[in-house]
Ligand binder design. Structure first.
Ligand code: ZN
Length: 326
């Protein structure tokens, strides 16, 4: 006897961020509702959730669990509140735990990592306050929440035998998606977004002092892996439905190579720091959106470095990248 397929609903929630509204998903299964992402901790987001529950005639007590695709506040902000109200358990990839629980030792290392990274890549001293602003934003839009269980690649989704976890690192190192094989349908979080390229964010290693993951390289490996799956449709957390995931993945991979080539060309005129490159490539936003533009440039430099097209040169504690002439 087959089990009853889960019922899927979506809810679009406004966010105060440039990315625009976030879609969260509701799966009705054997033991109640599973909420996939929660939206940010804002009064508007909470009103949206409460209205949704009223329309569908259920209450907080009917939410069995919350799955977080990754730690970003537009996805995880209300997790603590909803879990508290409902008694639901919170599930995420194990790599998301120190962020979502706001482990103080990890957060110290996180800030130390970024201060050093920014400094050695040419960011002026007065702009290092970006590191503190990141913490302030986290505190403003998300309460720390306890993770009750972890989801790793291939794990079934409790309460929903038709859904399983797919580990999709790149946008963050702890990103997971949910996949319903019978429908070829993936809830893809920020892994792939139709209208904009998903940023592969620089993050420190989870263990203090270990080498940082190279997010764009990790992301590209995930893109290749997911392209080989028979996925028909993706519902992502931002933007519209993706009905040709493989085509979009090919397009994203190609755009990354083009951007890398553009950076290599800029470096043909002489060595530059990551910060100088961001000013060249993103003159309007590089100061305001530094974590974003910085990740974008450094990620592509990792790719160029792996392909031996650029080389890192260090002088007086500042790293510059130079074109290898290949
Ligand atoms: Zn995100």
């Amino acid at each position: 006897m087959g089990s009853i397929p889960s019922v899927l609903e979506h809810l679009t929630i406004p966010t105060p961020f440039n990315v625009g509204p976030v879609h969260i998903f509701w799966l009705k299964g054997e033991d109640g509702w599973t909420l996939v992402d929660t939206g940010p901790k804002t009064p508007d987001a909470l009103i949206c959730i409460e209205r949704f529950m009223q329309t569908h005639k259920f209450g907080f007590g009917d939410i069995a669990r919350i799955v977080l695709t990754h730690q970003h506040v537009d996805h995880s902000g209300l997790a603590a509140f909803v879990a508290e109200k409902s008694g639901a358990s919170i599930l995420a990839h194990e790599g998301a735990i120190p962020y979502i629980e706001r482990d103080p030792e990890f957060m110290d290392w996180h800030h130390e990592f970024f201060r050093r990274l920014y400094r050695e890549n040419g960011v002026p001293e007065e702009m290092l306050t970006t590191v503190e602003r990141f913490q302030e934003m986290m505190d403003m839009y998300a309460d720390p929440a306890l993770i009750h269980g972890t989801l790793a690649d291939g794990d079934g989704l409790p309460g929903h035998p038709d859904w399983r976890t797919v580990y999709t690192p790149g946008h963050t190192q702890n990103h997971i998606a949910l996949y319903c094989e019978a429908d070829g349908l993936m809830l893809s979080g920020d892994f792939l977004i139709k209208e904009i390229s998903s940023n592969a964010f620089i993050e420190p290693a989870l263990v203090r002092e270990a080498e940082r993951p190279k997010p764009l390289l990790v992301y590209r490996d995930t893109l290749y892996r997911i392209a080989s799956m028979p996925i028909k449709r993706m519902l992502s957390a931002h933007g519209s439905e993706i009905d040709d995931p493989r085509g979009l993945i090919q397009f994203r991979l190609q755009r990354q190579e083009e951007r890398a080539t553009r950076i290599a060309m800029l470096l043909a005129e002489g060595p530059l720091t990551v910060f100088e490159l961001s000013a060249h490539l993103f003159p309007k936003v590089y100061k305001k959106e530094m974590p974003l533009t910085f990740s974008e440039i450094l990620g592509h430099l990792d790719l160029l470095e792996r392909n031996e097209r650029v080389q890192r040169v260090e002088c007086d504690g500042i790293i510059r990248y130079k074109n290898q002439g290949k």
